[in-house]
Design a protein. Sequence first.
Length: 176
Amino acid sequence: MDIMIELGKTNDIDELEQLYNDLNDHLAREVNYPGWIKGIYPVRQNAIDGVTQSNLYVARYDGKIIGSLILSHKPEPAYDKAKWKFESDDYSDVFVVHTFAVHPNFLKCGVGKALMDFSIEYGNKSHAKSIRLDVYEKNMPAIKLYEKCGFKYIDTVDLGLENYGLNWFRLYERLL
């Protein structure tokens, strides 16, 4: 499968919103590993913010968006509690993966791996020292993918999402 990954653009926002809705509809019918909820997360505003901040990347196959992720320098506040392998006072040398999504029609097709490989390659080209992410503790498919891509478990933290039934998140880091 020939997947192209590029920076998301303003004219991608409608398609990204549709991807988020399609994925959340799928998760509502199947096992909702990430605990995402349609209308709560991810939503159109996540795509708008990522495109506006020029840190949202889209994976395309045959011209259609089949996955996306945001690579920012903004951690969740709970990240401060963890003992990371790469110690840093700020996040200028660290990328954080947010809103990592694959269209349900393309699950288990290598799209997630391609996006993770892209984030590692992009981090290396940008001279970053590490890539960090958080994942709901019961999201085993994502955890397996991250570990397969060389991310190491760091800690388990509370991101303040217990109102949505999401109490604990595992933090992972990939040194570059």
